[in-house]
Design a protein around this ligand. Structure first.
Ligand SMILES: *[C@@H]1O[C@H](CO)[C@@H](O)[C@H](O)[C@H]1NC(C)=O
Ligand SMILES: *[C@@H]1O[C@H](CO)[C@@H](O)[C@H](O)[C@H]1NC(C)=O
Ligand SMILES: *[C@@H]1O[C@H](CO)[C@@H](O)[C@H](O)[C@H]1NC(C)=O
Ligand SMILES: *[C@@H]1O[C@H](CO)[C@@H](O)[C@H](O)[C@H]1NC(C)=O
Ligand SMILES: *[C@@H]1O[C@H](CO)[C@@H](O)[C@H](O)[C@H]1NC(C)=O
Ligand SMILES: *[C@@H]1O[C@H](CO)[C@@H](O)[C@H](O)[C@H]1NC(C)=O
Ligand SMILES: *[C@@H]1O[C@H](CO)[C@@H](O)[C@H](O)[C@H]1NC(C)=O
Ligand SMILES: *[C@@H]1O[C@H](CO)[C@@H](O)[C@H](O)[C@H]1NC(C)=O
Ligand SMILES: *[C@@H]1O[C@H](CO)[C@@H](O)[C@H](O)[C@H]1NC(C)=O
Ligand SMILES: *[C@@H]1O[C@H](CO)[C@@H](O)[C@H](O)[C@H]1NC(C)=O
Ligand SMILES: *[C@@H]1O[C@H](CO)[C@@H](O)[C@H](O)[C@H]1NC(C)=O
Ligand SMILES: *[C@@H]1O[C@H](CO)[C@@H](O)[C@H](O)[C@H]1NC(C)=O
Length: 429
């Protein structure tokens, strides 16, 4: 056994050594080793519940996805603040397949021309984005790991305690065209109003790209804001994001790193701004791809300018999302160097809300997610860094047997912040 594999197995065993709730026995594998944990099992909807102080969540095996996240708002009303479906079985049925709360892999976001070069060898992987018939009926690039990416598969639950759950997946050599086997573990833990995420992945047989993320759809009002069905009044602050990755009309990086000038539509760093603040500005048309108004952009977390830093101990989050209506504030801390923001311009009202969301009173508003009804925040590395070697992302995106593992860590910290900042809140509508 190679050293890093051993280290990984020890890490996984340390996770499993935590107190277990009694219940069914679970097994998973790391390379040739079998490891075992236990779980009280999923509920009748296929969901695994965990809880912390002031926070409760459900996860499903499909995509290792979060399906529900409950918090009390500033009026003491419980809100389910993430997009998802009522039951696990529906995730593989829904045609729109929005990568709802899962872990895109083995390479999140887009890969230009569905190809990359490692050590002089060109690898062609399966395309699944921007179809262009007749030559490219499936697409001209690859999104979120391909047509059968990690968030389309059922992961194995290898540990499940009252406050944490660990999923694993083994991705075979050649799957979607990627070289070599990759073994990954994802652990979610709830604490005191916190959701912590830890992802580890190992290239076990060949050199291969790995980049993961958590693709969660947020609406901090639980889709229950009686003034608006959108999240455009949520405020967003990205204090370290003076730059973003430049993209073409189909959101493929051009290689340019652009500056977000103060006051421009992509300036979320100089001061918090409502996501919809600049929606009437013509500069926002095309900002998220051809004819698209809004955001689907990879912002850079320029924390390196702080010198040596410990991401957990930062006083300022890399991102703050807040709704004045519910008072719920999300602060994101992470070891990742980039941050994708998608303002849900592609939602068209065809996906159902969960029965834990929406307006509880009699209302003529459809019980579906409207365009701009949510915002996706993705901690990750520079998108398509494997095709932009001049960015120097190799150590963060290319992994080899016996080398360092891929690691992603994030801490999502929630609080209540009733600052009105000129916004309408509960009762004022
Ligand atoms: C796993 O088992 C196979 C078959 O016995 C063996 O060829 C391989 O070397 C083993 N791998 C590790 C990492 O021990
Ligand atoms: C919200 O508050 C109620 C009443 O105090 C409590 O029972 C519930 O557990 C709280 N919800 C969460 C997610 O903590
Ligand atoms: C599962 O959820 C979907 C989406 O809300 C719903 O259409 C379907 O009826 C549910 N199925 C079951 C068995 O509850
Ligand atoms: C994943 O598991 C669900 C049950 O939770 C099942 O309905 C579905 O068919 C499975 N999907 C795949 C791709 O295996
Ligand atoms: C909404 O989008 C989905 C997936 O792209 C599509 O299948 C559906 O037809 C669209 N519905 C409407 C009303 O445009
Ligand atoms: C795209 O990939 C194909 C297949 O490998 C290759 O023939 C072509 O040259 C690539 N195009 C560009 C612009 O890199
Ligand atoms: C939870 O965090 C809050 C705010 O940081 C703190 O006041 C409270 O004492 C913590 N609760 C526990 C049980 O640690
Ligand atoms: C959204 O915020 C703006 C202030 O920026 C306010 O004028 C507007 O009424 C708010 N809309 C809703 C629906 O709360
Ligand atoms: C974007 O919105 C902010 C906040 O309202 C405003 O200060 C800024 O001037 C706007 N920028 C553009 C380009 O419209
Ligand atoms: C963008 O809009 C123009 C004008 O309506 C249209 O001709 C073009 O096909 C659209 N492009 C895409 C990708 O939808
Ligand atoms: C609450 O939100 C306001 C407006 O964005 C911000 O200035 C303030 O720092 C936030 N308070 C806390 C405690 O995070
Ligand atoms: C909107 O919701 C808030 C919070 O639940 C409530 O206090 C208020 O009365 C509602 N307003 C309307 C017009 O329904």
């Amino acid at each position: 056994m190679r050293v890093s594999t051993l280290g990984f197995a020890l890490w996984a065993l340390a996770v499993l050594a935590r107190p277990q709730t009694p219940g069914q026995t679970l097994t998973g594998t790391v390379g040739n080793d079998t490891i075992a944990g236990s779980s009280s099992g999923p509920d009748k909807n296929g969901k695994y519940e965990i809880s912390g102080i002031g926070i409760r969540a459900d996860f499903i095996a499909y995509g290792a996805s979060i399906s529900n996240l409950f918090l009390n708002d500033s009026a003491g009303v419980e809100r389910d603040v993430v997009g998802g479906f009522d039951n696990a079985s529906y995730y593989s049925v829904d045609r729109q397949h929005p990568h709802f709360g899962g872990v895109p892999g083995r390479y999140a976001n887009r890969i230009k021309n569905s190809s990359f070069v490692i050590d002089g060898t060109t690898y062609n992987i399966l395309p699944n984005d921007n179809p262009l018939p007749p030559d490219h009926p499936e697409g001209v690039d690859t999104l979120h790991g391909g047509p059968n990416g990690w968030d389309w598969r059922n992961w194995t639950v290898v540990a499940h305690t009252s406050n944490s759950i660990t999923f694993s997946i083994t991705d075979q050599d050649g799957d979607q065209g990627f070289p070599g086997e990759v073994v990954s573990y994802v652990t979610y833990t709830l604490g005191n109003m916190t959701w912590d995420i830890r992802m580890v992945a190992l290239a076990t047989t060949k050199v291969t790209p790995i980049m993961l993320s958590s693709h969660t759809y947020w609406n901090l009002d639980g889709f229950a804001n009686n003034n608006t069905a959108t999240a455009l009044n949520h405020s967003l602050w990205l204090p370290y994001s003076g730059e973003r990755v430049g993209v073409d009309s189909i959101l493929i990086p051009t290689g340019d790193i652009l500056s977000n000038q103060p006051g421009s539509v992509n300036d979320f760093w100089s001061t918090p701004k409502q996501i919809g603040a600049n929606f009437s500005n013509p500069d926002l048309l095309g900002n998220c791809g051809e004819n698209c108004t809004g955001y689907d952009n990879c912002y850079v977390n320029n924390l390196r300018h702080e010198g040596t830093y410990d991401w957990r101990e930062q006083e300022v989050p890399v991102a703050r999302l807040r709704s004045a209506w519910s008072g719920i504030q999300l602060d994101v801390f992470t070891d990742q160097d980039a941050f994708q923001v998608y303002s849900c311009g592609g939602q068209n009202g065809s996906m159902a809300l969960k029965n834990t969301q929406g307006l509880s009173d009699v209302s003529d508003r459809p019980r579906t997610i409207q365009q701009y009804g949510c915002v996706v925040l993705e901690v990750q590395d520079y998108i398509d860094g494997i095709n932009q070697p001049q960015w120097g992302r190799g150590k963060k995106q290319i992994f080899e047997p016996g080398g360092d593992p891929y690691v992603l860590q994030a801490s999502y910290r929630f609080s209540l912040n009733d600052t009105m900042m000129g916004l309408l809140g509960p009762g004022s509508g």
